[in-house]
Design a protein. Structure first.
Length: 169
């Protein structure tokens, strides 16, 4: 039996060949594309969210609810009363023990329903939480046009809920 030998050209390029024909992206091109993508990802979401109706309203309701929940958990863990104080005229709120004032957008209408003992003047009121989990209770209503959200605080349990309120007809 005879053995046949076949010559095959290997795909290995000999030394000294010019490799500039190999295509691909340079590091500089990749960095430019990544920088443009980062800029777009930073600029586009705020443009979209501000143009959607109700996003600002829902966001403000969530921020208020988060502040109330923080005050409640602080009262439970520190065994001291804690409160969220809302100034309807200045359009901001503050959590006891913190210096920061959180603002509410000018486009939203604010209504506060709380215990009479927690009002301080015509425009300022608070919802207070106690170490046993209870609270003075109340509702903060935020509205914009036809949409409204209520942030409810149960007086017995201190539970905080966001309610999507039906438009009044």
């Amino acid at each position: 039996m005879a053995v046949r030998a076949v010559k095959v050209k290997a795909g290995i390029s000999p030394a000294g060949n010019d490799l500039s024909r190999i295509t691909g992206f340079t590091l500089l091109e990749l960095l430019v594309v990544m920088a443009l993508a980062a800029i777009l990802m930073t600029l586009v979401p705020p443009m979209i969210s501000s143009s959607l109706p109700g996003v600002q309203l829902k966001s403000a309701a969530r921020e208020l609810a988060a502040g109330l929940r923080y005050a409640r958990s602080h009262a439970l863990t520190s065994h001291e009363t804690a409160a969220l104080t809302l100034d309807v005229k200045k359009r901001n709120f503050q959590i006891s023990g913190r210096q920061k004032h959180y603002s509410i957008p000018d486009s939203l209408h604010i209504n506060l329903l709380t215990a009479e003992s927690e009002t301080r003047g015509e425009y300022v009121g608070a919802i207070r939480f106690f170490p046993d989990g209870g609270s003075t209770g109340g509702r903060i209503t935020l509205s914009q046009g036809e949409r409204a959200f209520g942030v409810d605080v149960d007086w017995l349990t201190g539970r905080v809920r966001i309610l999507d309120l039906e438009p009044e007809s």
